[in-house]
Design a protein around this ligand. Structure first.
Ligand code: PAF
Length: 273
């Protein structure tokens, strides 16, 4: 596996190779969710590129940028063992300069849900994803469905800016007890981790209600709130795949999203129905 820090060096290397490229952008602290993305990329592309970059512009003031988990050596080994060809490991100076051009997330879809809890977060996400896609110029780029709003906005960016990469959405990977995998799970104490299971349980409750033909959004949200109690709920939303609000669940076109705080940690989860 080649490790490259400099964007221009990476561009040159990839151009010389002239192969189909599967790209997995990450912020490191890799877990089974990331490994699943890498495996999918491995199946469908000649070259697999993973980036590890904790992007400062997507963190708001007072968020966990400085204590975001770092596991550089373990991450390198995971990439090597998962068959990654190139690990792109830039630092902030390789990616950002001064007085930067940046992207602005759409004024509605970028400022609801996660964008409402973290105003401006998606400007940073879209800007760095655009930079990374321009550096790597992948055939296919892989993103987890767990960050459903991020995925939706990246797809929108690719469509609206006429970019030619295919965005591939991959199912959420869960621990055996149902907790969705996230690099931030590391922040949870033993008790908090047990409490965090209420998040996936609330989504199972929603799918149980729906399989009993209860389709009204407000009724399902009420059922979920009971399970989530006493967690601090940032939002529960039931939307269609275009992220538009629904009154009733449309099977095959619905995402149910939850964000709740467990201790100081905000956790996201969702199911696609
Ligand atoms: O989902 C993530 O890990 C990040 O938001 C991403 C897409 C790598 C951009 O920094």
């Amino acid at each position: 596996m080649k490790i490259i820090v400099n964007p221009l060096e990476l561009k040159k290397y990839l151009k010389e190779n002239n192969k189909t490229i599967g790209f997995v952008p990450t912020m490191g602290a890799l877990h089974d969710g990331h490994i699943t993305l890498i495996k999918e990329a491995r199946k469908a592309n000649q070259l697999v590129v993973v980036s590890i970059f904790v992007n400062p512009t997507q963190f708001l003031k007072g968020e966990d940028l400085d204590k975001y988990p770092k596991k550089d050596e373990a991450d390198k080994q995971i990439c090597e063992m998962s068959g990654v060809d190139v690990l792109f490991f830039p630092n902030a100076n390789n990616i950002y300069t001064e007085d930067e051009v940046s992207l602005v997330a759409p004024s509605i879809r970028g400022y609801v849900l996660e964008g409402n809890s973290r105003p401006g977060h998606f400007n940073g996400v879209l800007t760095v994803v655009m930079k990374l896609l321009n550096i790597v110029t992948p055939t296919n780029a892989y993103f987890g469905k767990k960050d459903a709003q991020q995925l939706n906005l990246i797809k929108l960016m690719v469509k609206q800016l006429f970019m030619s990469v295919n965005i591939i959405a991959i199912d959420t990977v869960r621990d055996s007890d149902g907790l969705a995998m996230s690099s931030r799970n590391i922040y949870l104490s033993k008790n908090e981790r047990a409490e965090a299971l209420k998040i996936s349980s609330s989504l199972y409750e929603a799918s149980k209600l729906i399989s009993n033909s209860i389709l009204k959004v407000e009724t399902i949200k009420d059922g979920m709130k009971k399970i989530l109690n006493p967690l601090e709920i940032e939002y529960i939303e039931i939307l269609n795949r275009e992220f538009e609000y629904l009154d009733s669940v449309e099977i095959g076109n619905t995402i149910i999203l939850v964000e709740a705080k467990v201790g100081k940690t905000r956790l996201l989860d969702n199911i696609w129905l």
